[in-house]
Each structure stands twice: as C-alpha cells, then as structure tokens.
Design a protein around this ligand. Structure first.
Ligand code: SF4
Ligand code: SF4
Length: 247
C-alpha cells in the first residue's frame, strides 16, 4: 500500500494539459497539408497521378482530405514544393465541402450547430460503431479514455448501448455486412442525436474506395454532423473536434 502511494506521488499527474496548453507533435507527424499553388501544373499533375486515393485535384491544386490517407507520396514526389505537411492536427470540419482544401480549413467552431452546444456541452455520451474499420481508427478513439487524454474530464464518454447515447461515432467504410447493424444502431439512438464520421474510410471509403462491398462515405446513409479526416486521425484530432464542436 505504501509503495503504491509512493509510486503515485512520484509519478504525479500524467494527464495532458491540452487544450489549456498547446501540444507539440513529433516532426514526422503529418497534419494539415499545405498546398503551394505556385508550382507548375505539370508537377501538380504528376502528384495527382501518383496519389493512391485520387485525392488531388491538379487543375485547382487542391486536396480532398476526405480521401487523403496522409501517405506522404505527394510530399516526397514534389520534395515539399507542391505539398508539405504541417504539424497542425486540427483537421475536423462540419461540412463535407470543406474537406476539399487548398491548405486552409474553415473554423470548425464557427460552423458548429449552436443548439448542440446547449444540448451536449455538459454531457455527451457516444456509441462507437466500427463498420468494418481496420481497428486503427478504433484504437485511436479508445486511447482517449486513457489517463493522458482523460476524455471523461470533459463530460464525454463512450457507452455500451445506443439507448444511452446522444450520438454515434462511425469508423470504417461501412461494409455491406455492417450496413444493417449501423442503421439499427442509429435508429436505436434517441433523438436529438449526432453522427460523427471518423477516418478516411467513413468519410469516403478510404483505401477501399471503388469496392462494391462498401459505402463510399457515411453521408450517403446518414446525416453526418462532424467529419474527422485521417487514416487514422490522431487522438488529438478527435479530441480537438469533439471539444470545439460540442463545448
Ligand atoms: S498524402 Fe494524401 S494527397 Fe498526398 S499522395 Fe497520399 S493520399 Fe494522396
Ligand atoms: S481510415 Fe485508415 S485507419 Fe481508419 S479504419 Fe480506414 S484504413 Fe483503418
């Protein structure tokens, strides 16, 4: 017992001070892409042709963050001249159109639904639905419950039953086999409710785009309130999105 108390005293508080203080992510982290529109059309077209997700619009020199899996191919190919990735992890948007970017993203706070803050600002219970995700998006949501992120201190929890939830958080490309379960979970969640799409798969089908076994974007099935890009989104991207949109 004394050893346990000693250990607790020595370790101190391990919970991150975010969002009160900023957090620096490792330099290898790929956050919001910066698109340098002054490069030649040929280089932009070369990057677009090499993008495995067809996420680059060469003509307009824009990237669709709903499709991008942050593989870094465009940055490597253009040696950072066309695309370079910043450390900015604040990537979530409230409208699908906002995912197509030339580098900047609209303020999420400004596009948040005001009545959601009133309804869920003090307490938000979410049911997670893995609709055929690879488990990386799910793991990075799960980690929010650990002492470092301590999501519960903000009044946000993941619950076991949709009956106890204010909304659903969907990961994965929504395979044919998961579609009914997802729709039933949505129906079982009492209104008013929120729908959050997490990860490239849920936003656009991700690496599975083009397969007849999946749905190319959760918004084809349900009214999505919050889109969180990434493959998987960093836990801080998820945390920032939840706090900005609901708090
Ligand atoms: S980082 Fe995104 S935009 Fe660039 S090549 Fe990879 S998927 Fe395409
Ligand atoms: S978006 Fe990427 S990490 Fe998330 S479920 Fe799909 S493949 Fe996995």
């Amino acid at each position: 017992m004394l050893n346990t108390l000693k250990n607790r005293f020595e370790q101190g508080c391990r919970t991150s001070a975010y969002p009160k203080t900023t957090i620096e992510l490792p330099v290898r982290y790929r956050g919001r892409p910066q698109v340098h529109a002054e490069v030649s059309s040929e280089l932009a077209a070369e990057c677009a042709a090499a993008c495995p997700q067809e996420a680059i619009e060469a003509e307009r020199k824009m990237i669709d963050l709903g499709r991008c899996v942050f593989c870094g191919t465009c940055e490597r190919l253009s040696e950072g001249l066309f695309v370079s990735f910043s450390q900015d992890f604040e990537l979530a948007v409230a409208k699908k159109d906002h995912l197509l970017t030339g580098g900047e993203l609209p303020s999420l706070a400004e596009h948040a639904k005001k009545h959601f803050k009133k309804l869920f600002g003090r307490s938000l219970q979410l049911r997670q639905v893995s609709a055929a995700g690879c488990n990386a998006c799910e793991a990075d949501l799960n980690v929010l419950a650990t002492p470092f992120f301590d999501l519960a201190r903000f009044g946000i929890n993941f619950v076991a039953s949709p009956r106890h939830a204010d909304g659903i958080v969907v990961t994965g490309p929504v395979s044919r086999n998961m579609k009914t379960a997802l729709l039933q979970t949505y129906e079982a969640t009492p209104a008013p409710k929120v729908v959050i799409a997490v990860g490239s798969c849920a936003l656009s089908g991700g690496p599975f785009r083009g397969s007849s076994e999946i749905t190319e974007g959760l918004d084809c099935l349900l009214p999505v309130d919050l889109y969180i890009p990434g493959c998987p989104p960093h836990p801080l991207t998820n945390l920032h999105a939840l706090l900005t949109y609901f708090k």
